[in-house]
Design a protein around this ligand. Structure first.
Ligand code: ZN
Ligand code: ZN
Length: 168
């Protein structure tokens, strides 16, 4: 019987967090979707209803709320993306105290590591393997050997990562 009772309790708990956030942040819209993301233009946080049934989903929701409260819009460089991800987790950590949640620090660092790895790959010169600075949103140039290379603008496919371009 426990197996049948458990999910309801979990669902109830997640629904409570969502409801509290909706009450506490009436200017934001919370919309069920298949992923967690913050859409600055629409002032909308999308969330996965299924994922909200577990703790990680709650952390993801607070992370997106972090983006929202910090007014994150779009980023212009890979480094900036990493910076806003760090900032959103800092904010989520702060918010978690208000909702009696505790975000696992390892989970945060794992998430940030995936950005760091991504940044590392993109910023390494294909010719001499020096670390380089990004010149435009989609290109890097090596100050050591002069090699230039393009990077895609597609971002990491992590459900809680996405920030939407602000539509003015
Ligand atoms: Zn080089
Ligand atoms: Zn994020």
């Amino acid at each position: 019987m426990d197996a049948m009772i458990m999910p309801d309790n979990v669902i109830h708990k997640a629904a409570t967090l969502l409801r509290r956030l909706e009450e506490d942040y009436p200017r934001l819209r919370f919309v069920a979707s298949n992923r967690f993301s913050w859409h600055a233009g629409k002032q909308l946080i999308s969330y996965s209803e299924t994922a909200l049934h577990n703790t990680r989903g709650e952390w993801a929701l607070l992370h997106e709320l972090g983006h929202a409260l910090l007014g994150h819009t779009d980023y212009t460089s890979d480094m900036e993306l990493l910076r806003i991800e760090i900032a959103a987790w800092d904010k989520a950590r702060e918010l978690s105290n208000n909702y009696r949640l505790r975000i696992n620090e390892e989970y945060i660092q794992d998430s940030l590591d995936s950005y760091r790895d991504w940044l590392h790959v993109r910023s390494t010169c294909p010719t001499c393997h020096e670390h380089c600075l990004q010149t435009t949103r989609s290109s890097y140039r090596c100050s050591n050997c002069g090699t230039g290379w393009q990077v895609t603008q597609s971002r990491l496919c992590r459900p809680y990562r996405k920030t939407q371009k602000k539509s003015l």
